[in-house]
Design a binder for this molecule. Structure first.
Ligand SMILES: [Zn+2]
Length: 279
């Protein structure tokens, strides 16, 4: 099994917001996607990052608020579907997408992969269904126009599927072994947004832990440093966020060889985009 990290573009914000003690300086927050090639189950994506669909979906009020508050740099956008095309992979070949959570910077490509089943948690799915209109959604950084109309037929709610084998990690708790072969282990990462999940990926020779937005910069999980209180505005449950970060920190100390990958950390992305160039 192989894994490749794809960078789909970035937005900019103050480092100080993302991590306590950070600089009062604007830094880039890329949004990455992982492309996984499973020998039996084919191509799998972890999230779908940015694409130009974001600008289309946020043209009108109230969705427009998203592109006012957290606009990605348009010239930096290179959608995952275009990147796959450029390396000879058709959108139809993607079998699964693990949706860490439904924030717009992770869901721009969900409509681009017609055959993919969408793996998410029941709480993320139910939370999405509970949003009554695009105003309620945009307040949570969700753009409803990015969500496929036939979502109901596409989702695979892993925690509601009794046939999935469960194992335990000392620090992370329950792991959902979705294919029963220890290749992809999904776990809950509550705090950032209701129902957020991460994934441990065991490739041929490495272990990766994709932690989505459980923290934004690698120093956070390495040193167990929280974001600033300003970031509470975009964190749905700060206590749960704190506990999740602590669990990842302890997991990191116990598994130093595992590559832990936050979705928006430029330092991590630079390193892994180079390292995983060949799928
Ligand atoms: Zn994000």
């Amino acid at each position: 099994m192989n894994l490749k990290i794809l960078d789909t573009g970035y937005c900019q914000s103050l480092e100080k917001v993302a991590i306590k003690g950070g600089r009062l300086k604007k830094i880039q927050f890329p949004s990455i996607v992982a492309l996984i090639k499973h020998p039996k189950h084919g191509l799998i994506l972890f999230d779908t990052g940015y694409s130009n669909r974001l600008f289309e979906a946020s043209k009108k009020f109230p969705a427009r608020l998203y592109s006012i508050i957290l606009p990605p740099v348009q010239s930096s956008i290179y959608s995952v579907v275009d990147q796959l095309n450029d390396i000879g992979i058709k959108a139809e070949e993607v079998q699964y997408i693990i949706v860490s959570h439904f924030h717009a910077d992770h869901t721009c490509g969900l409509k681009d992969f017609p055959n993919a089943r969408l793996i998410c948690s029941s709480s993320a799915y139910n939370h999405l269904l509970s949003l009554k209109n695009s105003f309620e959604a945009v307040k949570e950084a969700i753009l409803l126009d990015l969500i496929p109309d036939d979502l109901e037929n596409k989702v695979w709610l892993i925690d509601a599927d009794d046939s999935i084998k469960q194992t335990q990690d000392q620090h992370l708790g329950v792991l959902y072994d979705i294919f029963g072969d220890n290749s992809i282990l999904i776990n809950d990462l509550p705090g950032h947004l209701t129902g957020q999940i991460g994934a441990i990926i065991n490739t041929n020779n490495e272990q990766y832990f994709l932690i989505a937005d459980a923290c934004w910069l690698s120093d956070s999980f390495k040193k167990n440093i929280l974001p600033s209180s300003l970031a509470k505005l975009i964190i749905s449950d700060f206590d749960a966020f704190k506990q999740t970060l602590n669990k990842i920190h302890l997991f990191h100390k116990a598994n130093v060889l595992t590559h832990i990958i936050p979705t928006h950390c430029r330092k991590t992305v630079k390193h892994h985009v180079l390292e995983t160039q060949n799928l």
